[in-house]
Write a protein that binds this ligand. Structure first.
Ligand SMILES: Nc1ncnc2c1ncn2[C@@H]1O[C@H](COP(=O)(O)OP(=O)(O)OP(=O)(O)O)[C@@H](O)[C@H]1O
Ligand SMILES: [Mg+2]
Length: 231
């Protein structure tokens, strides 16, 4: 018979594992992520060669006639299968930039269906497929015994009525909800003068420094404003 868990109150150590980092260009998103333990970067913007972490360039590869040879959905699937194997020493996967991955998945679906835009696929089936792909990607990453970092750019919104500026991650809100629903911590990077800063804009729980087992991650989080409550 199926064994139910014992009926008791648990006291788990609460530590973040899935991170969402956003910020303006050159504000230090990739730099900050590269200090996480044993990172592997899934790169989309082609500037990974400048980083110190091993990286894989994610892209849609086409045939000479423009048709799809190998799409990013298949490529990401292969990478995730490889990461699930025993003996993998990576401890962090950095998705740099998640906005681009969503756009590439959309292109992949359009090319496979032979349409120009995803809305050309009948009955909203293209959007449903795209949502399912993003959801699957995020769930597969979450299931890995590793830290996952999603990097997004930043969007500045000016409210004309009261001239107030606000900044948001540039990831489209319907994808942001899928990704962020699976994240524990949202960090914004920004630069004032030549100084780089990081601030926590959202967190799943009130994390305590003593609960963060990995010393390196604790130090990285301690360098973020608003991360830990000051006693
Ligand atoms: N905390 C920091 N201290 C010192 N230098 C930093 C810091 N963060 C970033 N830098 C420097 O700033 C530059 C830009 O950083 P980085 O490449 O991480 O930006 P980014 O936000 O990923 O930009 P992009 O959106 O263009 O990818 C790099 O040269 C990096 O070395
Ligand atoms: Mg970067």
């Amino acid at each position: 018979m199926f064994m139910l868990p014992k009926d008791e109150t648990l006291h788990p150590k609460c530590q973040p594992k899935n991170f969402f980092i956003y910020g303006a260009t050159m504000s230090g998103k990739s730099f900050f992520s590269s200090y996480f333990p044993h990172p592997l970067v899934l790169n989309t913007d082609g500037n990974s060669a400048q980083g110190t972490a091993p990286s894989i360039q994610i892209r849609n590869i086409r045939n000479e006639d423009g048709s799809l040879k190998k799409g990013c959905i298949e490529q990401l699937d292969e990478i995730l299968t490889a990461l699930q194997q025993p003996g993998v020493t990576y401890q962090t996967v950095v998705v740099d930039v998640i906005d681009d991955i969503c756009v590439m998945m959309e292109q992949d679906i359009c090319l496979r269906h032979g349409v120009r835009t995803i809305s050309d696929i009948d009955w909203g089936a293209g959007y449903a497929e795209l949502n399912a792909c993003i959801q699957q990607f995020v769930m597969d990453l979450k299931a890995l015994p590793m830290n996952i970092i999603y990097i997004s750019r930043e969007l500045e919104i000016v409210d004309e009525a009261n001239k107030k500026k606000s900044v948001l991650p540039s990831l489209k809100s319907r994808y942001y909800n899928i990704v962020n629903g699976n994240c524990d911590l949202v960090v914004r990077t920004f630069k004032i003068g030549s100084q780089h800063y990081r601030t926590v804009t959202d967190k799943r729980a009130d994390y305590k420094p003593e609960d963060i087992e990995d010393k390196r991650i604790r130090q990285l989080l301690e360098s973020c404003q608003n991360m830990f409550k000051k006693n």
